[in-house]
Design a binder for this molecule. Structure first.
Ligand code: ARG
Length: 403
């Protein structure tokens, strides 16, 4: 068991199995860089309040920045024995500069840190997802222009309906991803990141945060960090996670429908598209197989992404104000949905870029004259001045006679 951030009032050692059970370091290490941001701002506020000296602040900042650079280089390793990321960072600072590290946690609480860290995580990852959506939209546009005037069979009820332009069919997905992008950009824009809530009742150095935040934000664009407005709300609300997961379930839904379309259209029965091999796998037994595994996994992960939202909604329901430990369980669903959707968007953009239409099968399918039934009825209306329902019946009967 590594050093803990609490323990003074306890006479007995924490039960080992319980300690393992309650630890969050194995997943909240993903918040490391954001926890450092909290510490940088907080220690500046402590210096502004003259609780630590300017020299002490510099020493702490130097140590924090060293850890930050290790994270960026990918050489930061968390101590699996630490309770959580907040403890681990403090212990690491202590390893670097000794007991001065213990001053870092003056007048702050992990309840504030965790909400701040998660909001920062959401800010940066939602921003990345907006970019991944943009890349996918560009791939879709590229494919649309490659097959600009190509017509395909359009379906309703998975039955042949009418001819449509392939670019319109793909354009439908473009519309969905554009809507998703708008929503996630609005989410990033509207996200206020608060600091200074303390455990729940704020902090006596709250007035010293303003210039500390300013100092931290120098040269950083698009980040909105403010002093906590309602400290109780800050430590007890996870609306921002629910909002983000709500957007992610729709992206996932759109990806899943696109995946299903491609699975279907790549079967020998349809054979309208050739899936790029780079995104397929084979069978260990059947030598001829080229399976659409990426697309199947996208479809399959939809359950996970929906479930993640449901897990957080259920966890938050009925929790008494303010912070409760239940809320630690918000992280895995959040990280899971962000990671799944991010990977899918990146891979999907590359798959779409490499997708090819099988023009022979498409043209063959277009020969089905039933696809012109609506136009035929319309023509009758125009030429003979009869009602559409009369024309509908005539064409319907003619088709029935052929069956
Ligand atoms: N690991 C905790 C979480 O993720 C951090 C906050 C702990 N706060 C506390 N009072 N025990 O929610």
């Amino acid at each position: 068991m590594a050093k803990k951030l609490w323990g003074g009032r306890f006479k007995k050692e924490t039960d080992k199995e319980f300690f393992e059970f309650q630890k969050s370091i194995q997943y909240d290490y993903k918040l490391a860089e954001f926890d450092i941001a909290h510490s940088l701002i907080h220690t500046s506020a402590l210096a502004n309040a003259k609780i630590i000296s300017g020299k002490e602040k510099s020493k702490l900042h130097k140590a924090l920045k060293k850890i930050e650079s290790d994270i960026k280089k990918g050489i930061y390793h968390y101590d699996a024995q630490a309770e959580d990321i907040h403890t681990d960072i403090q212990n690491k600072v202590q390893n670097l500069i000794g007991s001065l590290a213990l001053k870092m946690h003056t007048l702050r609480s992990r309840n504030d840190q965790v909400a701040f860290d998660e909001k920062m995580y959401c800010h940066f990852n939602a921003g990345k997802i907006a970019q991944f959506l943009q890349d996918l939209i560009l791939s879709v546009r590229l494919l649309k222009s490659k097959y600009k005037n190509v017509k395909i069979v359009g379906y309703t009820h998975t039955q042949r309906a009418q001819k449509v332009l392939f670019s319109d069919y793909l354009g439908a997905y473009e519309c969905m991803f554009e809507r998703d992008k708008k929503k996630i950009e609005a989410f990033v824009k509207g996200l206020d990141i608060h600091i200074g809530a303390g455990a729940l009742a704020g902090s006596s150095i709250a007035g010293n945060y303003a210039s500390a935040i300013k100092e931290y934000l120098k040269g950083k664009k698009g980040l909105k960090i403010q002093i906590s407005v309602n400290t109780l709300d800050d430590v007890s609300s996870r609306d921002f996670i629910i909002d983000l997961l709500n957007i992610l379930i729709l992206i996932q839904l759109h990806l899943s429908r696109l995946a299903e379309d491609m699975i279907l259209y790549s079967t020998k029965e349809f054979n309208f598209i050739n899936l790029p091999e780079e995104f397929c796998t084979g069978s260990s037994l059947m030598p001829h197989k080229k399976n659409p595994d990426f697309l199947e996994l996208v479809r399959g992960y939809t359950g996970r992404v929906y479930g993640n939202l449901s897990a957080i909604l259920t966890m938050m329901k009925g929790l008494p104000l303010t912070y409760n430990r239940d809320m630690q369980l918000d992280k895995e669903p959040l990280f899971s949905s962000v990671e799944i959707v991010s990977s899918e968007l990146k891979i999907m953009a590359n798959l779409i870029k490499a997708l090819e239409l099988n023009m022979t099968a498409i043209e063959q399918a277009l020969e089905d004259e039933e696809l012109d039934a609506v136009e035929e009825a319309e023509e009758m209306v125009r030429e003979h001045g009869i009602s559409f329902s009369r024309a509908h019946e005539i064409v319907g009967k003619r088709i029935a006679r052929k069956k």
